[in-house]
Design a protein around this ligand. Structure first.
Ligand code: GAP
Length: 527
């Protein structure tokens, strides 16, 4: 367990906090298992259907989780859609026309390999069984998996039984549209949001009149019947994606007007070439180095890698726990020219994907053109073309895990979630110092006024120290306290969660001050 020592200079005003300089011990690691029970206890997430024994791979968001989810989604939408003028958003349906998935290749090739134990009936994902034993898989094919299971004599982890040969298992959830449960009425719950963007491409071109380069964004539910969901929110059967398809003229993949803004950004990169040489650790390089040395195929792709990392950093993901890993040849999806995973360093599990950023070429649009007979071209410089697409694809729950793990601290036995105010479920806590009627009245007044602008809670029970500790655990960035002086001069204290410092502010300037603090949050946090 990594231990970080930090000195916090505390200026105390209210009863309940000790005076002086405190040496704070911050334990920076929490296991996924501990995080799951911490989050359940606080009301972030609950295993779905828990009263009936739970349903593996499904989680419900509790009150704090629902707000955290909204915070991350809203900031993603703001950062990638609202603040730009070259990306527009759509919101597609979840149950989709079955031809969509034939054209996209999912009906034929969206598979994992399953092995079963004839003795106890348990089912496993073949590659996970091998990975869990540290066995390298050079190629995800039935033959390779079968050979490796035999060679390493892998048995059923549950009962030691001999496992079946691997067989392909399609991950798409099926449903029936209409009253007849026959093959002709089969439809699929979308396994990715991306295809809805491709199937709406023609609608956008015809109705909105966009010009290349431009992007279409969408967030929403995706469904995959994972063989072995695991890792708390990491591998779910129902989850949410935040995806952009950014369309570019294939002859202009290096004409990115924003490239100069990001080229000096440093990233931790593990290229396919490095992996082929057996290297396991990434190297710190600039975006420009990576492009100039041919590691990232084009400037638009490099730009979207940089923007993704910047957004993750903005919402509080620890940049030192992020790396960019290129897919090696044998793991590239059928549609991809080049793919990078943004990976987060998870406690115990190590580096795992939280976002995929692919150059999907013109594969999808061409396939939908072929299957639908609708033209998918656009005109650029008078030329009729089918654009290439760069796809930054985030999984919401994995981003949330990265945010929570990056924010979790233990300071002198207290748990603190140092969430950025952008995503914190509760932005402000309002507390009367003591429960005398004049304090309560004033505090309610301040609470009702702040509530109009910020998600605010009011609490009067327990000692002020306890209330601060509870707010810290729930990730509330600031607390406003009504004390004796408030009644004399209409001022309150603002207490900052991460430094535990306090300032005094007049109530008339409170909203303005809070907005200023949230805008310049880096000045008020030690994380
Ligand atoms: N449209 C491209 C696409 O769907 P992907 O790598 O399969 O690519 C994108 O998925 C992201 O969706 C992943 O980086 C991950 O964050 C998230 N994701 C995929 N499967 C998931 C699952 N079973 N549970 C939770 N998140 C998942």
């Amino acid at each position: 367990m990594k231990t970080v020592r930090a000195s916090l200079n505390l200026r105390k005003i209210n009863k309940g906090e000790k005076k002086g300089i405190v040496r704070a011990k911050m334990t920076a690691e929490i296991t996924l298992h501990e995080l799951a029970s911490f989050c359940t206890r606080l009301g972030f997430f609950y295993p779905s259907g828990r009263i009936y024994g739970g349903l593996s791979g499904f989680y419900d968001y509790g009150p704090l989780g629902a707000e955290l989810r909204r915070g991350v989604l809203n900031d993603w939408w703001w950062y990638f859609v609202e603040r730009r003028d070259d990306i527009i958003g759509i919101h597609g349906s979840i149950i989709t026309h079955p031809r969509t998935w034939v054209a996209s290749g999912h009906v034929d090739s969206f598979i994992d390999f399953i092995v079963t134990c004839p003795k106890c009936g348990f089912e496993y994902r073949a590659d996970h069984l091998l990975e869990d034993r540290g066995i390298q898989i050079p190629e995800l094919t039935l033959e390779t998996l079968s050979k490796l299971i035999k060679k390493h004599n892998v048995k059923c982890p549950k009962c030691g039984g001999t496992l079946s040969d691997p067989s392909p298992f399609n991950l798409m959830f099926i449903t029936y549209v209409g009253p007849k449960k026959v093959d002709a009425s089969i439809a699929y719950l979308r396994p990715e949001t991306a295809q809805l963007i491709f199937t709406n491409f023609r609608n956008i071109i015809m109705t909105i009149g966009v010009k290349l380069p431009f992007g279409i964004a969408q967030y929403g539910k995706a469904f995959r019947n994972e063989i072995s969901p695991r890792g708390f929110l990491f591998r779910l059967r129902e989850f949410e994606q935040m995806e952009i398809e950014f369309f570019v003229n294939p002859k202009k993949l290096d004409d990115c007007p924003y490239y100069n803004k990001v080229k000096s950004m440093e990233i931790n990169l593990l290229s396919a070439e490095m992996q082929d040489k057996g290297e396991k650790e990434g190297k710190i390089v600039t975006i420009e180095d990576a492009v100039d040395n041919g590691l990232i195929g084009c400037k638009w792709h490099a730009y979207w890698i940089a923007e993704s990392l910047q957004w993750l950093k903005n919402i509080g993901v620890d940049y030192n726990r992020l790396r960019v890993r290129e897919h090696i040849k044998t793991e590239l999806a059928h549609y991809a020219v080049q793919t990078f995973d943004v990976e987060f360093l998870f406690p115990q599990a190590g580096w795992k994907e939280i976002e995929g950023i692919s150059n999907r070429s013109d594969y999808d649009l061409k396939r939908h053109e072929e299957f639908s007979r609708e033209e998918m071209h656009v005109y650029d410089d008078g030329e009729k073309i089918i654009p290439y697409v760069i796809e930054p694809s985030f999984g919401l729950e994995r981003v949330i895990l990265a945010v929570l793990i990056s924010s979790y601290r233990e300071i002198k036995g207290r748990r603190v979630l140092s969430l950025h105010p952008k995503v914190a479920p509760i932005k402000v806590g309002v507390f009367p110092l003591v429960s005398k009627s004049e304090f309560l009245e004033k505090a309610r007044e301040v609470y009702l006024s702040l509530k109009e602008e910020f998600r605010t809670i009011y609490e009067a029970k327990d000692s002020i120290g306890r209330r601060y500790a509870k707010a810290d655990e729930r990730g509330v960035p600031i607390c406003v306290t009504i004390d004796g002086q408030t009644l004399e001069d209409d001022t309150v204290t603002i207490r900052f969660r991460d430094t535990r410092e306090q300032i005094r502010v007049s109530i008339s300037a409170l909203k303005e001050e809070i907005n200023k603090v949230f805008k310049n949050w880096h000045n008020y946090t030690s994380s």
